[in-house]
Write a new protein. Structure first.
Length: 260
């Protein structure tokens, strides 16, 4: 089962590009959920969500809609003395779990998270602190891409996040790998000029994919889905609603290929 959506939905710059101007902000998610079956929630990286907030967003979506939730930065970037935040994070997810709208946790680690023994041990601790909740790991540093890493992920039921991003030295190349029953792909765009040097965070994700670039991923996504229970695909090139176009185009290309 391939579910396609975007990384986030609450962007002011989507008004007029995707959201009709007459729709109030509180209606954006309901509008989004009419077209897409899944959404990746990213604000949780900056602040731990409350159970009430996640319950409220769940109510705005139809039955069967799923959310994937990005881990808080204390869990992935500030990795010392953070045991309490794991318990708080798990508690916040309960409304999504009860309503069957929880897909998985996305743990995006920084480029500075190197493939060391200490960090491998941290991944094991990460799994232990989250119990049996489904977790997908996104590395930013290509040195993790070794057979022992994939063995570690499989041994701990941790999914591997595949990415499309600029082809810069040290970043993750566009590889397709399944290490749990969840496959996961994020399209960050290929804005190499702004990846490391930018004034605003959105500049990194200011990119419009061509059909040829997305076609490269069609067989890879099909391959991932053959080995997974569910395959999440998210467009993160969110500036000016470019992610909407990417998600729609991927949906169309995958449908076309399934009919040939």
């Amino acid at each position: 089962m391939i579910l396609i959506g975007t990384s986030g939905f609450s962007y002011d710059d989507w008004v007029g590009k995707y959201y009709p101007p007459e729709i109030p902000k509180r209606g954006w998610l309901s509008f989004y959920a009419r077209e897409f079956p899944v959404c990746e929630i990213n604000y949780t990286y900056y602040r731990v969500p409350s159970p009430r907030t996640l319950e409220q967003i769940a109510r705005k979506t139809p039955e069967g809609f799923l959310f994937t939730i990005k881990a808080h930065k204390e869990m992935t970037h500030e990795r010392e003395g953070n045991e309490a935040v794991f318990a708080q994070f798990v508690e916040a997810l309960k409304p999504l779990i009860r309503s069957r709208r929880f897909g998985c946790i996305l743990a995006q680690f920084p480029y500075s998270f190197h493939a060391t023994k200490a960090n491998r041990d941290y991944l094991r601790a990460f799994r232990d602190r989250l119990g049996d909740l489904p977790v997908v790991v996104e590395f930013r540093n290509a040195y993790w891409l070794r057979p022992p890493t994939f063995d570690l992920l499989r041994e701990n039921s941790l999914g591997f996040c595949c990415v499309d991003e600029p082809r810069l030295e040290g970043l993750i190349p566009p590889m397709a790998e399944v290490t749990s029953d969840i496959a996961y792909v994020r399209f960050h765009g290929r804005n190499a000029a702004k990846w490391w040097q930018h004034q605003y965070a959105w500049e990194r994700y200011d990119y419009t994919y061509s059909e040829e670039e997305l076609l490269e991923w069609v067989p890879k996504i099909r391959h991932l889905d053959e080995g997974a229970r569910v395959t999440f695909v998210f467009a993160n090139n969110h500036w000016q609603a470019q992610a909407i176009g990417t998600a729609r185009q991927l949906r169309m290309l995958l449908k076309q290929k399934s009919m040939t």
